[in-house]
Design a protein around this ligand. Structure first.
Ligand code: ADP
Ligand code: MG
Length: 350
């Protein structure tokens, strides 16, 4: 009797070991509401429990980043820092915010101030510091000019370790063009600490990936900024991010004219000549800041800024639907629609 029992036990153990070994990875997906947008997290894994745990932890991280880095809502760290800057006071900030601001300062300088997160007041003046942009006419030109004259810049922010001051009281930091890309990189890292090595973290088309989708790379679509559906698809490798800034997502409208939420810090007015700019880079924060800067630079100025920011993979769609693209981007992207005209730039250094 004992022998039979033992044999059964061995058989059962063998079956359970076998079934554990043969559990092959499959797709798992969860969605979070963070940064006022849906964050879609997809993993290719054989461990759904660990994935769920990882997503719960990501949710906490993102909610905290949203609270602390929000430019105009609540009493998070950035709101308090902006108050301190306005009043000429110094403030000690967390290491994570200091790092975010140091990087913003670098990218602002590299982009010749076209990415300028210090223009929070101008963004507020245009009504983009509200969940729903207002209707009605654009702001008073005199108010725009007076903010331009005050010339807030990231160079006005001084770092003494994590003790920050601004030498210009008109500096108001808004990380809307940068924080999302920066956070997507962190999300991929955090998933890895839970053993999730093959994942794609996607916030409304802005995304970072790790690993592969089984025996294939992850493939993603870039939305057409002027029409319907996907303009192009691209295979994304381990550690890469794809960030797009677009005119079509947030804007205000008055008498048939659309005013985009991306502002040209030189003129104080919204950008007009670019419908979207897409950047691929391993650094999500850089790609996000750059996508905004290149939207501002426009069809004539983008190549110089891309070069200065060390980017080789860039695509712009202009307001006429023409594509402006680097050779490295063109080599890997697959257009899914008929394109009017494709203008390939000179080869870039990196
Ligand atoms: P999206 O949110 O569509 O991906 P962006 O990354 O370009 O677009 O972010 C746009 C946001 O960045 C705006 O809503 C505003 O808060 C801020 N912003 C607008 N213009 C600039 C600029 N020139 N430099 C830095 N931040 C900007
Ligand atoms: Mg951006």
């Amino acid at each position: 009797m004992l022998r039979i029992l033992l044999r059964w036990c061995l058989l059962l153990t063998a079956i359970s070991i076998l079934s554990a070994c043969s559990r092959s990875p499959t797709d798992h997906q969860q969605t979070l509401l963070v940064f006022g947008t849906l964050l879609d997290i997809k993993a290719y894994t054989d461990n759904p429990d660990q994935f769920s745990q990882a997503v719960r932890s990501l949710d906490e991280t993102f909610q905290s980043m949203h609270r602390e880095w929000h430019a105009w809502k609540g009493e998070g760290e950035l709101v308090r820092l902006n108050q301190a800057f306005a009043e000429g006071r110094e403030m000690r900030v967390s290491e994570s915010l200091a790092e975010l601001l140091r990087q913003s300062q670098d990218y602002s300088q590299q982009s010749e101030g076209l990415f300028n997160p210090a223009i929070g007041r101008l963004i507020g003046l245009w009504g983009f510091h509200s969940d729903e942009p207002p209707g009605g006419p654009p702001p008073d030109p005199a108010a725009i000019q007076s903010l331009l004259k005050a010339a807030p810049s990231m160079e006005d922010v001084r770092f003494d370790g994590n003790l920050l001051t601004s030498v210009n009281p008109s500096v108001e930091i808004d990380l809307g063009a940068f924080a999302k890309g920066y956070a997507l990189n962190l999300a991929i890292e955090q998933l890895k600490t839970f053993g999730i090595e093959h994942a794609i973290v996607n916030a409304g088309g802005d995304l970072c990936v790790s690993g592969r989708h089984g025996d294939r790379p992850w493939t993603i679509g870039v939305r057409h900024p002027l029409g319907e559906g996907v303009i192009a698809s691209v295979e994304v490798s381990d550690g890469e991010c794809v960030l797009t800034s677009g005119n079509y997502e947030r804007y205000r409208e008055y008498e048939g004219i659309r005013y985009a939420h991306i502002l040209d810090p030189r003129s104080g007015y919204p950008v007009e000549h670019v419908a979207s700019a897409t950047v691929i880079s391993p650094d999500g924060g850089l790609a996000d800041a750059a996508a905004t800067a290149l939207s501002v630079a426009g069809p004539d100025g983008w190549q110089k800024i891309a070069h200065r920011m060390g980017l080789s993979q860039v695509m712009l769609v202009d307001e006429k639907g023409r594509i402006h693209i680097t050779p490295a981007m063109k080599a890997r992207i697959e257009f899914q629609q008929q394109i009017e005209e494709i203008l390939v730039s000179e080869q870039m250094n990196r």
